[in-house]
Design a protein around this ligand. Structure first.
Ligand code: HEC
Length: 175
């Protein structure tokens, strides 16, 4: 990193950890993810879910969730900068379903899963993704969950006590 910074020989910003969202916790109270924030997400801590293990719109097949940074023990919410990616396990990499949620903070999505921004991503290759959409929910008409107005906040609203995160493996009390 030092060498890289010297080589770049520019501002301190050039020395910030590159790209991937698995670096240190961001300092501010808002985190705005970009495509490269998800780079290399398969190297993050992973939580496999076997096929058919719960009701989800994402896929009934085997799927894996990836967490960029575990919350500190005793937290009642995931910190700003938390990224959770959920990917279906089978099929060619560019055909997999990839959803994500990012703790953006700053009052975002206050009427839904407060603080969280939702994403659908598409794998470019083993390392990189590109964004299909981002926001407080999917674009109108996507019909996720069988409801024409169905969004992400609906089902996930049931997990308010766990900061709107549903997975049994990502319960705050487990960290
Ligand atoms: C029909 C209910 C339902 C809807 C609608 C829904 N989810 Fe989920 N989601 C789940 C369940 C259940 C889990 C727990 C893990 C599992 O069983 O796959 C989950 C888990 C996740 C996770 C992993 C972190 C977590 O919360 O456990 C992400 C990321 C995610 N969903 C994204 C989305 C996005 C993006 C949308 C909107 C496009 C969405 N979800 C809409 C049911 C839903």
């Amino acid at each position: 990193m030092k060498l890289l910074c010297v080589a770049i020989a520019m501002s301190l910003a050039a020395c910030a950890p590159a790209e991937s969202g698995s670096g240190p916790e961001p300092a501010g109270d808002t985190f705005l993810a970009v495509d490269s924030s998800f780079t290399g997400f398969r190297t993050w801590e992973s939580f496999p879910l076997p096929a058919g293990s719960s009701l989800t719109i994402h896929t009934s097949g085997a799927r894996t969730e990836y967490l960029n940074r575990a919350p500190a023990p005793g937290r009642t919410a995931f910190p700003v900068g938390t990224i959770i990616v959920k990917e279906s396990d089978d099929g060619p990499i560019d055909a997999r379903q990839v959803f994500a949620r990012v703790k953006r903070g700053g009052g975002y999505n206050a009427a839904g899963a407060a603080g969280w921004e939702w994403f659908e991503l598409k794998n470019v290759d083993e390392e990189r993704v590109t964004r299909v959409w981002r926001g407080v929910g999917p674009p109108v008409g996507e019909k996720y969950g069988g409801d024409p107005n169905g969004g992400c906040n609906g089902c996930h609203g049931a997990a308010k006590d766990n900061d709107f995160v549903l997975s049994p493996q990502l319960q705050l009390e487990m960290f």
